[in-house]
Design a protein around this ligand. Structure first.
Ligand SMILES: *Cc1c(COP(=O)(O)O)cnc(C)c1O
Length: 393
């Protein structure tokens, strides 16, 4: 039977080139996965990674990325979400029900707090903020309804490094699950499972992508039952990721340890240099002595991300600080980090922290956060010097 061109173009007898074997992963893209017959359709279970059922539940490309991210974090199972924030939300939605409480560190990533104040509150999931630097007083905060402890190391923007192992142990002693936002440690500087946490979440948007051009998140576990719970919620919420995006992250993973090390070295060099400048009251970089929680960083980490903040002296006005940021030429003004381009953001701390933490002595002055990219350290230092001279003299 002669078939129409429209049919021929779809049912073309394409075969991949014989003998083509390359180590690079092909990009598999699918909504529909077809089955050879009804028996095969009935036999396949979306939870079984040996079989594919529907694009949303995974393709060879996303399964490969999940396996590599699980390896990166030192866990066994991984699910991918369309952004880091979607991964944060997924953990909460999988583990929390109406009447439950989640404890968040006072220096939690801002959008994670907005999620708790918005959707979680609407779903009658309550939250309380804890002081991440008070590990001794932490156990007393765990209440009968506390079902999840959120951890972040170091804290967002202000960079305090908590005693992660002590916080995780206190939660474990009460049977409360712990989830670590490991975007900073990325599985390279910090491997959360070795310090007793149950769930490692990461914004793959940052170091694993490394390009500043893709959004993705991951949730890694070591416990099959916990993974099953997260995976079911993930499926019911429809949180799939696109094949092209997964391929971008897979391609970048190979260079991630090198990029991480280069940005670590550059970040420490620039943070140390800034610490010696008269305009700077305090450097907030967990790998540098004198930063809050430096001793905890030493016990938990083998490296540091190229991300740090400085407190410019209180004597400057907000306008002067903004003029300094505007005078920078290589550092671009923007959120996110771990891409090739160095970034800078000034923060208003009083609007971000509960009163007790905002009055901590290391937070006096004007906070400016730097993400170090892959440019020459000498050029970045010259850029900082010219902007300091121009705006703060
Ligand atoms: C960027 C980031 C997220 C969210 O990742 P997105 O992909 O931008 O949604 C979560 N936590 C931390 C610590 C981050 O830096």
């Amino acid at each position: 039977m002669a078939r129409d061109l429209s049919t021929e173009l779809i049912h073309h007898a394409y075969k991949p080139p014989a003998g083509f074997a390359a180590p690079q992963e092909p990009v598999h893209k699918a909504s529909t996965v077809v089955f050879p017959n009804v028996a095969a359709l009935r036999a396949r279970d979306w939870r079984n990674k040996n079989g594919y059922t529907y694009g949303l539940h995974g393709t060879p490309t996303t399964f490969t990325l999940e396996e590599r991210i699980a390896t990166l974090e030192g866990g066994t199972e991984c699910v991918l979400a369309p952004s880091g924030l979607a991964a944060v939300a997924l953990v909460g939605q999988a583990l929390l029900s109406a009447g439950d409480e989640v404890l968040l560190p006072d220096n939690v990533y801002g959008p994670s707090l907005q999620l708790a104040r918005g959707e979680f509150a609407r779903w009658r999931i309550t939250h309380r903020l804890y002081d991440p630097m008070d590990a001794a007083g932490f156990a007393a905060l765990l209440g009968p309804n506390t079902k999840l402890v959120w951890l972040e190391a170091p804290g967002s923007v202000t960079m305090e490094f908590p005693d992660l192992a002590a916080l995780a142990a206190a939660a474990k002693a009460r049977g409360v699950a712990t989830a670590l936002d490991n975007t900073w440690g990325a599985g390279i500087a910090l491997r959360g499972f070795e310090h007793g946490i149950d769930i490692a979440m990461q914004a793959l948007t940052k170091f694993p992508s490394g390009g500043g051009d893709v959004l993705m998140g991951s949730v890694v576990t070591r416990d099959a039952a916990l993974h099953e719970r997260i995976k079911l919620t993930h499926m019911r919420l429809g949180l799939g990721v696109a094949g092209n995006d997964a391929e971008l992250v897979l391609r970048s993973l190979a260079t991630m340890p090198l990029r991480y090390a280069a940005q670590d070295a550059a970040g420490r060099a620039l943070a140390t240099w800034l610490g010696q400048r008269p305009e700077v009251a305090q450097v907030l970089h967990p790998a540098l002595p004198g930063s809050p929680g430096h001793e905890h960083w030493q016990r938990h980490c083998t490296a540091a991300a190229g991300l740090f903040s400085v407190m410019l002296h209180e004597r400057y006005s907000t306008q002067q600080v903004e003029a300094f940021v505007d005078a920078l030429q290589l550092f671009r003004i923007g959120y996110s980090w771990a891409g090739p381009v160095s970034l800078v953001v000034p923060y208003e701390l009083t609007a971000m922290r509960s009163a007790s933490a905002a009055h901590q002595p290391h937070l006096h002055g004007h906070l400016v956060r730097f993400s170090i990219g892959l440019e020459s350290v000498a050029d970045l230092q010259a850029d900082l010097a010219q902007a300091l001279e121009r705006a703060l003299r």
